[in-house]
Write a protein that binds this ligand. Structure first.
Ligand SMILES: Nc1ncnc2c1ncn2[C@@H]1O[C@H](COP(=O)(O)OP(=O)(O)OP(=O)(O)O)[C@@H](O)[C@H]1O
Ligand SMILES: [Zn+2]
Length: 739
């Protein structure tokens, strides 16, 4: 041993076995990490939260590695303290996020911090707050004043589902003050936290017996929770996929194991939770955007502590620090809300599959309209394909008909046959659903004298007329102004709405059917917390009504008394420039059609179109998505588009279009590499949004690894380049939108 290494033992004994430096990730959009010294009194390991000095601030960082050699002769500052002695991100979660950072080309620090609840991101202590659960006391609602409707409803809810938590009740539209009011009157009390199983114990209602088709599908589901297996469950609308998920978990998941069920935001209703709780009681825990910071921390800690929860959550749930995750289910796997639209643009579905792979556990992707990516993976044998092509119970698939509206008189977009079909439905005491793909009253306000149309001053789009609040609004930025009765250009009062949105359809239906409630469901009508829940409750009561809504209505709802679905206009996606538009249009049409006839009564779907001879729409009538998927995949293959080639979009935004195009032009030569093809740069379809000019460069490759390496180099290069003022770039790997 060289002499220089022989040192007196005292004071050095520790440094021999302990690393003295650590590389730390910060929650910053920076593609770099920072090195710090580990003081002798601290012991740190990867995934752990630490406090570090950064400029004049003290920030929370996450340890990425220890024992690193810092570059050059920099003097390192010491870590100030640790937040807790254990790593906030355990091994597999850490590995998952590092992989995602590399795959999606997003800075590691921001990726890692996404897996922490807001409280821990902000550097708060990781102490557990006890979530309050409520039960109704043995008192009667008669003690409530007759005008306390909401309190009565709250009490009824708790009588029906004892043990709901404050957050679940708030999500269902109740308020904390209503809870307090009932508590003060001793009508409800907190469930005993030490015996939650009692308040949450599965109810006696026996699960329905699986049908023959369901049993066959169940037998084909992954056989073990200790092996990676990916299954695509293609089950038509109303086939009872949820029952299969429950059956699978009941059969396969052991009592000490964790499971994750991903759902699109809108599907995570108290009804869904209640259905799962019937089987699994207090093991069911929810994760969604409406939770408070405290509730998130509480749930996060349960997961990190390895409690055997079955988490039902939206997109970001896939990043949580599970320690014993043994099954993953992705419901409505085709849903575009699984892809994050800004910042860390990950696809929760794809991350879920990778996570299952890392954990050596099964993943089930379920949908009535699988994404072409998943369908392709099944064709390639990467996923097993399980088909469930019969509706559950007594329900039959709906009868679908195209209604050509080219030469028919329309009333706010509705044809006479559609109106009569609605009337017949209501006369039978059933419910009708009318699907309109736009919110607002009309997408265009136009002067019939001078031809002027109202446009957004900040975007290359028209303003939508919202009649309820007499406003003209841009749906792409936050611009709005008061609506006027006169053309702002020529003052003519021949200034009128063109086309229809949900508000207009709602008005026409209310005029035609004055006796029947017309319920509008879109982003405007459901802004208030819990409003969607009360709407759903109304519909679920089964009384005749007409539902009018956007795709919010298409997803996953189970309204047994809806027997007619009318689609006002199906043609939007047929001729779009976005290559995904036909797929998304067909998925939406099939999903919304799938709301018809889910109970004992037969369902009917009327699709109004100007292209009744279009082959895609004709196949849709046969309701055979498998066939449609094959057709769409053949088009993708012919165009050398995903899933046949990997695709990434580089976007640039600047004060001028020239600035955006120049930036993309400057990096294009870096991509003149074998096996890489680029399209563009070109202005985006909406070239100007909120006064920013947008351009894009699309990159394709047959070789994902090569593309990934090239993109990493490109991002490094762009990070180190000095960009012109006000110019920004964005990278989107596997984009959902390419317009
Ligand atoms: N074996 C069964 N026997 C009787 N009814 C069943 C059975 N399985 C499911 N159901 C009922 O059938 C209806 C549809 O089930 P579910 O909502 O799970 O369908 P789904 O496949 O998720 O449909 P979608 O894709 O349209 O959301 C529900 O009301 C459910 O309770
Ligand atoms: Zn705008």
């Amino acid at each position: 041993m060289p002499l220089a290494h022989i040192r007196p033992l005292s004071g050095y004994a520790v440094t021999v076995t302990r690393p003295s430096t650590a590389r730390i990730a910060l929650n910053r959009p920076l593609r770099r990490l920072f090195d710090y010294l580990i003081p002798d009194n601290l012991s740190v390991s990867p995934g752990q939260r630490v406090k570090v000095p950064f400029g004049r601030q003290i920030l929370t960082g996450l340890v990425v590695e220890t024992g690193v050699t810092p570059p050059g002769h920099v003097t390192l500052k010491p870590i100030l303290d640790i937040h807790e002695p254990w790593p906030a991100l355990p091994d597999t979660t850490f590995h998952l996020l590092s992989w995602a950072s590399d795959y999606y080309q997003h800075p590691l620090g921001e990726c890692l911090f996404t897996a922490l609840p807001p409280a821990l991101r902000k550097g708060r202590p990781s102490q557990r707050k006890q979530e309050e659960h409520w039960v109704a006391s043995d008192a009667s609602a008669a003690e409530l004043p007759s005008n306390a409707h909401r309190q009565k409803q709250l009490l009824n809810t708790l009588q029906a589902s004892p043990g709901l938590s404050t957050s679940e009740l708030v999500q269902a539209g109740f308020t904390r003050s209503q809870l307090r009011a009932l508590q003060d009157k001793a009508l409800i009390h907190q469930a005993d936290a030490t015996t939650p199983a009692q308040t949450h114990s599965p109810t006696a209602a026996p699960p329905p017996k699986l049908s023959g088709a369901q049993t066959t599908a169940a037998e084909a589901l992954p056989s073990s929770t200790n092996r990676f297996q990916a299954a695509l469950l293609y089950g038509i609308t109303g086939s009872g996929k949820t029952e299969l998920y429950l059956h699978f978990l009941k059969q396969k998941l052991q009592e000490d194991q964790q499971a994750l069920i991903l759902v699109p935001e809108i599907n995570l209703t108290p009804q869904t939770l209640a259905r799962f709780r019937q089987y699994f009681g207090s093991r069911i825990v929810a994760w969604h955007s409406a939770l408070s910071d405290g509730e998130r921390l509480d749930t996060w800690l349960r997961i990190r502590n390895g409690e055997p929860v079955i988490l039902i959550g939206t997109r970001s749930a896939v990043l949580l620090p599970f320690t014993n995750l043994r099954s993953i289910i992705v419901d409505e796997e085709h849903d575009s809300s699984y892809k994050q639209g800004d910042g860390f643009r990950y696809s929760a579905r794809d991350v879920a599959v990778y996570r299952a792979h890392l954990n050596c556990c099964p993943v089930i992707l379920g949908s009535a309209t699988p994404s072409l990516e998943s369908w392709h993976n099944a064709q390639q044998g990467k996923y097993s394909l399980i088909r469930l092509e019969q509706r559950a119970g007594k329900a039959k698939p709906p009868e679908v008909a195209l209604l050509d509206i080219r030469s028919r008189p329309l009333e706010a977009g509705l044809s006479r046959p559609t109106l009569s079909a609605i009337r017949e439905t209501l006369n039978r005491g059933e419910q009708a659903l009318v699907f309109v793909n736009r919110r607002g009253f009309a997408p265009i306000m136009m002067c019939f004298d001078c031809g002027h149309m109202e446009e957004c001053p900040r975007c290359d789009t028209r303003l939508t007329y919202h009649r309820r609040d007499r406003a003209m609004r841009c749906h792409h930025c936050d611009f709005q102004k008061a609506a006027s009765n006169h053309c702002p250009k020529c003052q003519s009062d021949n200034f009128k709405p063109v086309g229809q949105g949900t508000e207009r359809t709602e008005d026409v239906l209310a005029e035609h059917f004055p006796e029947t409630p017309v319920v509008r469901v879109d982003r405007d009508s459901t802004q208030r917390k819990g409003s969607i829940q009360s709407i759903l409750e109304k519909v679920n009561s089964g009384a005749p009504c007409i539902l009018v809504g956007t795709q919010m209505l298409a997803k996953g709802h189970d309204f047994p008394n809806v027997t007619l679905v009318a689609v006002v206009n199906a043609d939007g996606g047929l001729f779009s420039v976005d290559f995904r538009a036909p797929e998304q249009m067909l998925q939406t049409l099939l999903q919304v059609s799938g709301r018809a006839g889910r109970g004992a009564k037969p369902g009917k779907v009327l699709i109004q179109t100007c292209h009744s001879d279009h082959p895609l729409l004709r196949s849709l009538c046969h309701g055979n998505y498998a066939q449609l998927a094959e057709q769409l995949l053949a088009d993708r293959k012919a165009g050398d588009l995903p899933p046949y080639r990997a695709m990434t979009v580089l976007r640039a935004e600047s004060d001028t279009m020239q600035g955006s195009l120049q930036l993309l032009d400057s990096i294009k030569p870096m991509m003149a590499v074998e096996g890489i093809e680029t399209w563009g740069p070109l202005p985006a379809v909406i070239a100007r949004k909120a006064d920013r000019h947008r351009a894009q460069l699309i990159v394709f490759s047959n070789n994902r690894k090569r593309l990934n390496r090239l993109l990493s180099r490109l991002c490094q290069h762009l990070d180190q380049s000095k960009l012109p003022a006000n110019t920004k770039w964005i990278i989107d790997v596997d984009p959902q939108e390419t317009g």
